[in-house]
Design a protein around this ligand. Structure first.
Ligand code: FAD
Ligand code: AMP
Length: 472
């Protein structure tokens, strides 16, 4: 039996990063993964690279170009005759992006001398894992002094809607459509629902999003979400809040969706339906019960603050332990666990994990929302600044959105930063550095920002905390 210092289960952003960091620190490492793509080929990178972050951003970028050509090009003096959209070519490009990046993960693991075992892992004992590969008809057992579970997450399915990836799709099916459905229904106005809705709306679908709860994006700051909802609605996304889907049926290639809204039973007929109601821990084949690794009531693997499970030598990281289900959160946990296993003091501040929703304008934030400050009885100050007042935003023709900085009334320490606007995904990193460094809004206000740049919006919002913004 092969023996390792560390066996990592899962080669998503949590698992492969953990494996590489362990190898960098001189440990003998194995990484097991079972992922098989639509062509039946094993690929690494997990959900994020295969059917998550990367393919969704590839399609969001392609469809954003379409949006630009339709809506903004004329203003820039660019005239286009007949604009033709070739979705299969767009999909091929997306597949190529995925192929290059998943291949990159394989090369990185190889370069770092991590042994990759392809197949499904399950515990045989607290330090032995069996790896079965049904397509190759192989089975082996490997031993790890430490085992790290990084098995990720899978879409939540609801019994009323049977995902067949033809008419009723989950996010994976939604990323593979070969043409824009005439009428597309989406259950769930969360991050994935909004991103998929944006892609297919820009490519020509009529998009209706049904969301059970009354509030739009309750995890984000309410000033930002109010504005975002207005803008997305103006773009043509029909977002119906307080609309609980009760029944879904398919006949003659159409989907009939029955939902309850305002005490009334309503129905909607669509050509395709995307179920985007969240994700859950992926632990089914791990045989956790055998080794007494505990899970919580929602099925997430329970860990302490050092990612140790109820079994001393077994750790868990990434989506499988819950919290923000984001790739960068899992990767940082992977690095922290590797360093802990090396005997280092490793900590991670979960309070400042940045969130991004890649609609256009993008929505990005880090730290506390204004609602959270109110709930915790924190006295705070707020500074806001609109994109409209930025020279660079005007030059780009992207003037929708705003910056918002919340700081502590007592000592001006920045508590939260919220951005709605063009490339907010990039701008939020400055905010994360500020939060991690416990900077005050005054520190940001006294930091020189290049002109003209969108980052000047953060500078101006910091000035606005003390009511001294210049350009408004
Ligand atoms: P995963 O990426 O799910 O990887 C787990 C791996 O473990 C998989 O490869 C799986 O095959 C393997 N595995 C599981 N069980 C076993 C087993 N028993 N044996 C062997 N192998 C096993 N996050 C962002 O930060 N930014 C985004 O823009 C973003 N966009 C997204 C868009 C979509 C459509 C989706 C679905 C998700 C998106 N996410 C995004 C979330 C992100 O993909 C996840 O947070 C991230 O992939 C979690 O990483 P992970 O390593 O914990 O798990
Ligand atoms: P997220 O967890 O961010 O992906 O968001 C999923 C969204 O789906 C949540 O906002 C849920 O309220 C919503 N949702 C879950 N079930 C239903 C349902 N049956 N009908 C409408 N919306 C739902």
């Amino acid at each position: 039996m092969k023996e390792y210092d560390v066996v990592v289960i899962g080669a998503g952003p949590a698992g492969y990063v953990c494996a590489i960091r362990c190898a960098q620190l001189g440990m003998k490492v194995a990484c097991i993964d079972e992922w098989v793509n639509s062509k039946g080929k094993s690929t690494l990178g997990g959900t994020c690279l295969n059917v998550g972050c990367i393919p969704s951003k590839a399609l969001l970028d392609s469809s954003h170009h379409v949006h630009f050509l339709h809506e903004q090009a004329k203003e820039h003096g660019i005239k286009i005759g007949n604009l033709e959209i070739d979705v299969p070519t767009m999909q091929k490009r997306k597949d190529k992006v995925v192929q290059v990046l998943t291949g990159g993960v394989a090369s990185l693991l190889k370069k770092n001398k991590v042994d990759v075992h392809i197949g499904t892992a399950s515990f045989s004992s607290h330090n032995v894992v069996s790896v079965k590969n049904n397509s190759m008809g192989t089975s082996e057992e490997i031993r790890g002094e430490h085992i790290v579970i990084a098995s990720g997450s899978i879409p939540i399915d609801i019994p009323i809607a049977n995902v067949d990836q033809k008419t009723i799709l989950d996010s994976t099916g939604a990323l593979s459509l070969q043409n824009a459905p005439k009428r597309l229904g989406i259950i769930g106005a969360g991050v994935i629902g909004l991103e998929m809705g944006s892609v297919w709306k820009r490519l020509g679908s009529e998009v209706i999003i049904l969301e059970a709860i009354a509030e739009f994006l309750p995890i984000a700051d309410s000033t930002i979400t109010k504005e975002a909802k207005k803008i997305l609605t103006k773009q043509g996304l029909d977002i119906r809040l307080s609309s609980l889907v009760k029944d879904v049926s398919v006949s003659n290639d159409k989907v009939l969706v029955k939902y309850e809204s305002g005490g009334e039973e309503k129905s909607l007929e669509v050509d395709k339906l995307i179920v985007a109601v969240g994700r859950k821990a992926n632990t089914t084949s791990l045989n956790l019960e055998l080794v007494n690794v505990e899970t919580d009531e929602k099925g997430y693997v329970k860990t302490d603050e050092h990612w140790q499970t109820s079994v001393k030598n077994i750790y868990a990281i990434g989506d499988v332990i819950g919290g923000p289900m984001l790739a960068h959160k899992g990767s940082e946990e992977g690095i922290a666990v590797a360093e802990l296993l090396d005997g280092q003091h490793a900590v991670m501040n979960h309070d400042n994990v940045p969130w991004v929703i890649y609609t256009w304008p993008e929505i990005a934030w880090a730290g506390k929302t204004e609602q959270e400050c109110k709930e915790s009885n924190i006295k705070y100050k707020v500074g806001t600044f609109p994109y409209m007042a930025l020279g660079r935003a005007r030059a780009m023709g992207d003037t929708e959105g705003m910056f918002k900085i919340i700081s502590d009334e007592a000592n001006d320490q920045i508590l939260g930063v919220h951005i709605l606007g063009a490339i907010a995904s990039e701008l939020i990193s400055e905010a994360v550095v500020a939060l991690e460094s416990e900077l005050s809004s005054e520190d940001l206000a006294r930091t020189i920002h290049a002109h003209p740049s969108l980052a000047e919006g953060l500078h101006e919002a910091a000035l606005a905390v003390d009511e001294r913004a210049i350009h408004i």
